[in-house]
Design a binder for this molecule. Structure first.
Ligand SMILES: Cc1ncc(C[n+]2csc(CCOP(=O)(O)OP(=O)(O)O)c2C)c(N)n1
Ligand SMILES: [Mg+2]
Length: 548
């Protein structure tokens, strides 16, 4: 019997496990898998990116936007090297990502063959699991394990190397049923203890973070905080976990957060951290919540036993899937309301988010006001890294569940591919990137991917002609000694046109609103190039004010 090729068995196993999109750059190493996609009839789409860094970021962002594992397919050595930024970002962001690698033929292994790389060593410290498949008959087993490992415990990236000859070889092996999720539930005793702690708290806080949230889990969170009227904050770059216009929301904390909610966290006597690892980004380098022993009481709920007790000695560590935990929390009797604490924290949040007019040719405070008023609730907003990302991070009213896509790793270059991925995940909803001139060009080539797939994200580029974040730090530590931080002038509206996208140039505040209207309604990808001038360093920050 002829059987199926390794490529066919692989693609079938991905389909059985629910894969809908594969983000990649092709290589001759995995032609057999590409060929199997040709036959599968559209149930899985292969999204051809322009660079593996873009593809890996798209896969990670797709996962962050949907809660499903992201899948990225790249070729060996050079392809993997490019993709590593997305894999590292998935690790730091607890994002389930499956990296498939077209590998050199097995009979050339260990000769430093053309493009050979030892994935166990190069990827070993940034993935949860890496393996190479030698026998096509075992593909279903390895693929199921990849889905299981990526999504269970603390979610994260895994990698499978697929030797070229193995993908061409045939086997008559059977398919397996899909990997089964194993979400842990909190025990009744732990819930009872948590209920008593909440009853006795004066300034409680629910702090949300983590990945793989479901709509049901999200709704349970809303029900729980409304039942008890307790304040909710989200961790570093987790703005998509709670609508910012909800009266119980008091802000995102940590790096890129604002003072009001940070103060509430420092003085809270009970933090229920649900899904949040409480990393240095969320805790402002462990200052808002002292590590290893917090100043107030801490209930730490995480899906991975290995993470509980790693950064914090919680009063009540609970090993549970955040969705299951949230559902359990809705069953706690609401005997005490915390309305005063909640109202005070909410008022502080609203007050601290009010922006004065900003210096420069374009007032970014007004730009943010236009975006908040104009963009519908179902908009996904994406960013990369740098001060420019603080505009959305702090001042955009995120309202869509999982509608904030940004790198927990602080990697520049995620925002552009993430905006493309958001359009693939939610074609009917707007997707808007907001980032700096430096960040945009780290993966600006993926605008071409948006054009290829007829997607219409809007890319807003805040151009100060420099790596402003680093320049700002330079001005503080080495005033007036500018070194390595300036950038050349790029006409991004013209770049847009060259890609087949719509381009707008905004040189003063009043030009922004009509430019946004045209970008949102043009029916194709669009770049809005905002010239903020060489003094601009971010919210309330200019070169001249730095160091004063
Ligand atoms: C991949 C990567 N390289 C370098 C850095 C360091 N870095 C952080 S912010 C930044 C500058 C960002 O410039 P831009 O996007 O123009 O925004 P601005 O700071 O000017 O607002 C750099 C170089 C990083 N975080 N990620
Ligand atoms: Mg810049």
């Amino acid at each position: 019997m002829m059987g199926r090729t390794g490529g066919q068995i692989l693609i079938k196993a991905l389909e059985i496990n629910g894969a809908k999109e594969i983000f990649g750059v092709p290589g001759e190493s995995y032609l057999a898998a590409l060929d199997a996609l040709y036959d599968i009839g559209g149930s899985i789409r292969y999204v051809t990116a322009r660079q593996e860094g873009g593809a890996a970021f798209m896969a990670a962002a797709y996962s962050d936007a949907t809660g499903d594992p992201g899948i990225c397919f790249v070729t060996r050595g050079p392809g993997v090297s490019n993709a590593m930024i997305g894999v590292h970002t998935a690790q730091q962001g607890s994002t389930p990502l499956i990296l498939l690698i077209g590998q050199i033929p097995s009979d050339h292994r260990d000769r430093e063959a053309f493009q050979e790389m030892d994935y166990r060593r190069t990827l070993g410290s940034i993935v949860k699991w890496v393996a190479e498949i030698d026998d096509p008959a075992r593909i279903p087993e390895y693929v199921n394990r990849a889905f299981h490992v990526a999504t269970s415990g603390r979610p994260g990236p895994v990698a499978l190397a697929l030797p070229e000859n193995m993908l061409f070889a045939t086997s008559d092996t059977d398919d397996l049923p899909p990997a089964k999720p194993t979400p842990a539930c909190p025990s009744p005793e732990d819930l009872k203890t948590l209920g008593t702690m909440l009853e006795n708290a004066e300034r409680p806080l629910l702090l949300l973070g983590g990945t793989c949230w479901t709509k049901a889990g999200h709704q349970a969170v809303i029900d729980f905080v409304e039942n008890h009227d307790i304040p909710v904050a989200v961790g570093f770059r987790r703005q998509g976990l709670f609508a910012h216009d909800h009266p119980n929301f008091i802000g995102n904390i940590g790096f890129g957060g604002i003072q009001g909610p940070n103060e509430y966290v420092e003085n809270s006597d009970l933090i229920i951290a649900l899904g949040a690892r409480l990393n240095d980004g969320t805790t402002l380098k462990f200052s808002l919540i002292k590590s290893p022993v917090p100043q107030g009481k801490l209930v730490h709920i995480l899906p991975g036993a290995e993470e509980l007790g790693r950064l914090y000695q919680a009063d009540l560590p609970i090993l549970a899937d955040p969705n299951q935990a949230a559902l359990a929390l809705t069953r706690l009797p609401a005997s005490r309301q915390h309305s005063t604490a909640r109202q005070t924290a909410r008022t502080a949040y609203e007050h601290m988010r009010t922006l004065p007019p900003q210096d420069g040719p374009v007032d970014m405070a007004q730009v943010m006001a236009v975006l908040n008023a104009r963009l519908p609730r179902d908009t996904t907003v994406t960013t990369g890294a740098g001060n420019a990302a603080d505009w959305p991070n702090i001042y955009y009213d995120y309202r869509r569940f999982l509608g904030a896509l940004a790198p927990i790793s602080g990697a520049m270059g995620m925002g552009v591919p993430a905006a493309v991925a958001a359009k693939i995940a939610h074609p009917g909803s707007p997707s808007v990137y907001i980032g700096g001139d430096g960040d945009f060009l780290m993966n600006g080539q993926e605008v071409a991917t948006a054009v290829k797939y007829n997607l219409d994200p809007v890319f807003i580029v805040i151009d100060n002609g420099m790596y402003g974040t680093i320049r700002g730090n330079q001005e503080v530590k080495y005033p007036g000694r500018v070194s390595g931080t300036t950038l050349s002038e790029v006409d991004f509206a013209t770049v847009a046109k060259a890609y087949g996208a719509h381009g707008e140039r905004v040189e003063n505040t009043r030009e922004f609103a009509p430019a946004l209207e045209r970008a949102l309604s043009c029916g194709r990808a669009a770049i809005i190039h905002i010239i903020v001038g060489p003094e601009h360093l971010g919210p309330n920050l200019t070169v001249s004010k730095t160091g004063q």
